[in-house]
Design a protein around this ligand. Structure first.
Ligand SMILES: C[S@@+](CC[C@H](N)C(=O)[O-])C[C@H]1O[C@@H](n2cnc3c(N)ncnc32)[C@H](O)[C@@H]1O
Length: 272
């Protein structure tokens, strides 16, 4: 009796401990995902507030003239990205995700029949509209890419300096959405900072994908900054039927181009 009681007691203690620990890990998981959701929102807000500074940063003008990131090769390497985009054959109806101030939209318009420029920041779109002189070939959509429901399919999808803002937990869904937007045979092109860019970020070490950034006015933000390896990226696109090739510039950037060669698996093959 005693032993049985002991056993039962022990087992129930164990069960209790397991329940408590799984309860703890469940609550840790919830608080982690809440923090990520907040950071995704803060990333959007950061770029809304940063819109007026963004062109100066990209063109290394204004307060960025001497370079917060003092790479002599910035323009040379950026030029390689622009040339790679030009030769990647994006044409027809193009979707540009996280289109920002329109730096890349301007290049896309050389070959595209239309560009759907999606960004969560109306302030970024305003800058893009004045840069592109309200070109009628551009359709602007203010939306959060994670909630956005596409209303047509595209010949090409592109997103520059965006992928590193997608948290690990949303990467598969993001790539799946890209693939859903693409016609079979459609092309993708994207570019971003290489992992080496990590050295310039103030990272939250626990999450490994949250960085601290500040604006000229001193306001601080936590933003998503996830440096994916080439292998992770390639694998993820492959799973969604898109074959991509990734190349690096000398020190700063990588770029990827590819084609949707296969339909998606049943899981994600749903109507737009
Ligand atoms: C690093 S900027 C890149 C802009 C542009 N592609 C470029 O290279 O100049 C990131 C852009 O993503 C947009 N963004 C941030 N979170 C977003 C979200 N959840 N959905 C759509 N756009 C988002 C920002 O407003 C910003 O314009």
């Amino acid at each position: 009796m005693g032993l049985v009681g002991f056993g039962i007691c022990k087992r129930s203690n164990l069960q209790l401990a397991e329940t408590q620990s799984s309860g703890r890990s469940e609550s840790m998981r919830k608080s982690h995902s809440k923090e990520l959701d907040q950071t995704v929102e803060e990333t959007k807000e950061y770029y809304r507030q940063r819109a007026s500074q963004y062109s100066d940063w990209a063109h290394r003008t204004g307060q960025y003239e001497d370079g917060v990131e003092p790479e002599a090769s910035w323009f040379d390497e950026a030029m390689i990205l622009i040339e790679a985009l030009a030769s990647s054959g994006l044409s027809g109806d193009v979707l540009e995700i996280a289109s920002g101030t329109g730096i890349w939209t301007e290049e896309l318009l050389r070959n595209a029949a239309s560009v759907t420029a999606l960004d969560s920041s109306p302030e970024m779109h305003e800058r893009s509209k004045s840069r592109l002189r309200r070109n009628p070939k551009v359709r602007y959509i203010v939306a959060d890419i994670y909630n956005w429901v596409p209303d047509m399919s595209y010949d090409a999808v592109t997103f520059s300096f965006w992928l590193s803002h997608v948290p690990g937990s949303k990467l598969n869904d993001f790539v799946s959405k890209v693939s859903r937007c693409l016609k079979l045979g459609g092309r993708v092109f994207f570019a971003d900072q290489r992992t080496e860019g990590l050295t310039r970020e103030v990272m939250d070490h626990q999450s490994g994908e949250i960085a601290r950034r500040s604006l000229i006015n001193g306001r601080e933000f936590k933003i998503i900054k996830h440096f994916y390896s080439s292998e992770e990226i390639t694998r993820c696109f492959l799973q969604e039927g898109i074959d991509i090739n990734i190349s690096n510039t000398a020190t700063l950037f990588y770029y990827a181009s590819g084609v949707k060669n296969r339909a998606q698996k049943a899981r994600s093959r749903n109507p737009l």
